[in-house]
Design a protein. Structure first.
Length: 298
């Protein structure tokens, strides 16, 4: 039992370390590239950035206040659905936003444009990449930054609108509203470009960490292959009964579900044992259970 609790503690600790690193990247992207070039995007951080551009109130102050109000409303309407990781992420991101703004400011108290004047688009690309990478790390480690996710959940309780569509509506409104601050449609375009890049990187990061493959191996040396893969690659193996329709002979089929990164190791094991083995490899979506993702049903 002690080992069980120790494993859970270690996993939670790794999650918090990864979430902290992701938030660090996210905050640095804002302080070094987004804020100096007056670029915004969706979410509560986008709202806080617009407030900063129009009033000078630092982004972390608005971010913390808005999220605190949203959390209070959500707790009353939705109940205690938010994990401690969400509150942790909000507090840590607030600190990092303050920290990076303070260490990056020049002698005049302003955030310098590190890429030079007129490099707005390049700052948009680099900043969005850092933001997407940071949020992707947070999501893949069961974290959340709150924000428009909370708004979406509240609206979804009373209206038949999907969470994804509600978040999209919120982001469109937030980004479009920056036109009333700058009266420049170029800023609105930069905001949507940032949102697109962030979404792409988040999807890529989440999918790449969870990509799995399935192997079907046909070989007369199926027992040796199964034993070798189980011991050398450390993956579970299943043997199914099969029958060749042409030869009318019974045969065992070796079935393996593995991480994509383990594909080369599996191919090498099979080749060393039986070079004439017939192998089928296919990508699979949604592998749940021990050694893969947890099955989560709400």
């Amino acid at each position: 039992m002690n080992k069980f609790y120790l494993a859970i503690t270690n996993r939670e600790l790794r999650d918090y370390i990864a979430i902290t690193f992701g938030l660090l990247c996210y905050a640095f992207g804002w302080a070094a590239f987004m804020l100096p070039y007056q670029i915004t995007t969706g979410g509560v951080t986008g709202i806080a950035a617009i407030i900063y551009y129009s009033t000078g109130i630092e982004i972390q102050i608005s971010y913390l206040i808005i999220n605190s109000v949203l959390l209070a409303v959500a707790l009353k309407i939705l109940g205690p659905k938010f994990s401690i990781k969400t509150i942790y992420a909000i507090l840590v991101l607030t600190f990092f936003l303050w920290f990076f703004q303070n260490i990056l400011k020049d002698d005049s108290g302003k955030l310098p444009q590190f890429l030079g004047v007129g490099q707005d688009f390049m700052a948009c690309v680099i900043g969005a990449s850092l933001l997407g990478f940071g949020v992707g790390i947070v999501f893949t480690n069961n974290g959340s930054t709150g924000g428009t996710d909370i708004i979406a959940l509240i609206v979804n309780k009373y209206k038949d609108v999907t969470l994804g569509r509600m978040i999209m509506y919120c982001d469109i409104i937030i980004i479009s509203s920056c036109y009333f601050i700058f009266h420049d449609w170029r800023r609105v375009v930069f905001g949507f470009v940032t949102l697109f890049i962030m979404s792409y990187i988040i999807d890529w990061l989440i999918n790449s960490t969870r990509q799995s493959v399935q192997f079907l191996i046909f070989s007369r040396k199926h027992e040796e292959i199964a034993e070798a893969i189980s011991n050398k690659v450390d993956r579970g193996v299943t043997l199914l009964d099969g029958k060749g329709w042409y030869s009318k002979q019974d045969i065992k089929v070796v079935v393996i579900l593995a991480k994509k990164s383990q594909s080369l190791d599996i191919f090498r094991v099979v080749k060393d044992i039986d070079q004439n083995a017939f192998i089928s490899q296919s990508n699979v979506v949604g592998v749940y259970g021990e050694g893969f993702d947890k099955l989560k049903i709400k």
